[in-house]
Write a protein that binds this ligand. Structure first.
Ligand code: G3I
Length: 359
């Protein structure tokens, strides 16, 4: 296996070289004109699922969004509609409407579906967070609630998904456990429980950790590595390590991505890039878009360099629906398409990388 082809220095050099080409590509890449080989077709040759997060409101209301989702991607992830607050808005009352519609769309377009996410500290329903806060839900009951939720949700989607993000964002950047209500009330054993309960409900779907800032070898990714080893020793099977891949060009390209994938592969885990986007300081220009393209390509190159890496998913593909500007002041333009569905240099960079295949 080769290491990531694109180092930080190479990224800068390539960015400078791409300047002119980047500007041309941006202006020439209207989505409706000669779109060429879709990303999913190029990815198939490389034995990789190429996915996107899907905003189901946009999918229902925006015909261009729907067309591109179906044409370009072989895997879809619900951006929000499989999260706890959406599927169980009232205790014990489940609403699968939006998630099931996405699954129907995927089936009609020959796409696989990633499940996101069974357990997170965000987007929990108010009945749960309030109950814990006011003490009407104690620790024993919370554990039962978590068990019921995982069992019910995994059972509902059984046979329809290929991967589940079982626990999402459970470590801090320094490698300590995140101080969530789950940790406070249940202790760190909730993570092993979540994997056990998911496995009981569907023995076939691949069960993943998922987090951000874990692209390279660092304290946080090492915490996952150690936890994976520990769970394995306890007989709790974890199938995969999901690397979100939310990058910003102002912080540099992460180092050791290939080495990080390799150490998880050596443990017998699959890996996946699950939420890739690359935000840039606004306004965008050709130089920044060229750098952005190199960051996207750097992550994909690492994935293609590891046989353990089974899927590469972008967190939305169209800037007008991206979560980034709502959260990062002054940053944005993070996706493969701009707000008018013009393909950016990053799109072409990924397609070229996919065409080169595994290495
Ligand atoms: O659904 C409500 C709607 O009823 C209400 O009127 C509206 C008013 O603001 O809010 C809507 O909820 C929004 C929700 O997305 C659905 O659109 C929330 O405000 C908004 O905060 C929420 O943001 C999502 C975010 O997770 C929440 O933390 C983003 O769309 C979603 O892209 C983002 O995804 C996460 C991954 O799940 C985990 N990794 C990080 C990633 C980016 O934050």
């Amino acid at each position: 296996m080769r290491q990531v082809r694109t180092t930080s220095a190479a990224l800068l050099a390539a960015g400078a070289l791409l300047l002119g080409a980047g500007a041309q590509t941006a202006s020439a890449a209207s989505d409706t004109q000669a779109p060429g080989m879709p990303l999913r077709a190029a990815a198939e040759r490389a034995h990789l699922k190429f996915g996107t997060a899907v905003n189901t409101t946009a999918l229902a209301e925006d015909a261009d969004y729907r067309r591109i989702t179906g044409r370009e991607f072989s895997s879809v992830t619900a951006e929000n509609v499989m999260k706890w607050e959406v599927v169980e808005p009232q205790r014990g009352v489940y609403d699968w409407t939006a998630a099931d519609q996405l699954i129907d769309f995927a089936r009609a377009h020959g796409q696989s579906v990633r499940g996101h996410t069974l357990l997170w500290h965000n987007q929990l329903p108010a009945w749960l967070t309030q109950g814990v806060a006011d003490g009407t839900i104690d620790s024993a009951e919370l554990r039962e609630i978590l068990h019921d939720h995982i069992k019910t949700v995994v059972t509902h989607f059984k046979g329809k998904l290929y991967q589940w993000d079982v626990v999402n964002e459970v470590f801090n950047d320094d490698g300590t456990y995140r101080d969530s209500l789950w940790l406070q009330k249940l202790g760190p054993g909730y993570i092993a429980d979540a994997f056990r309960w998911a496995r009981e409900a569907d023995p076939k779907v691949k069960l993943f950790f998922n987090d951000y800032n874990v692209e390279g070898v660092n304290a946080k990714s090492t915490a996952y590595y150690e936890l994976a080893k520990q769970l394995k020793a306890q007989g709790v099977r974890v199938d995969g390590f999901g690397i979100q891949g939310h990058l910003s060009t102002q912080y540099g390209f992460p180092g050791d991505v290939g080495a990080n994938l390799k150490r998880f592969a050596d443990l017998g885990l699959q890996t996946a890039f699950t939420e890739v986007d690359v935000r840039i300081p606004l306004p965008a220009d050709a130089t920044k878009l060229a750098t952005q393209a190199d960051y996207y390509r750097g992550l994909l190159s690492a994935c293609l360099g590891s046989t353990s890496c089974t899927s590469f998913t972008v967190w939305g593909f169209a800037d007008q629906y991206s979560w980034v500007p709502d959260v990062f002041d002054g940053e944005g333009a993070a996706c493969l398409y701009d707000e008018s569905y013009r393909r950016k240099p990053a799109y072409e960079a990924l397609r070229q990388e996919l065409r080169q295949g595994r290495h």
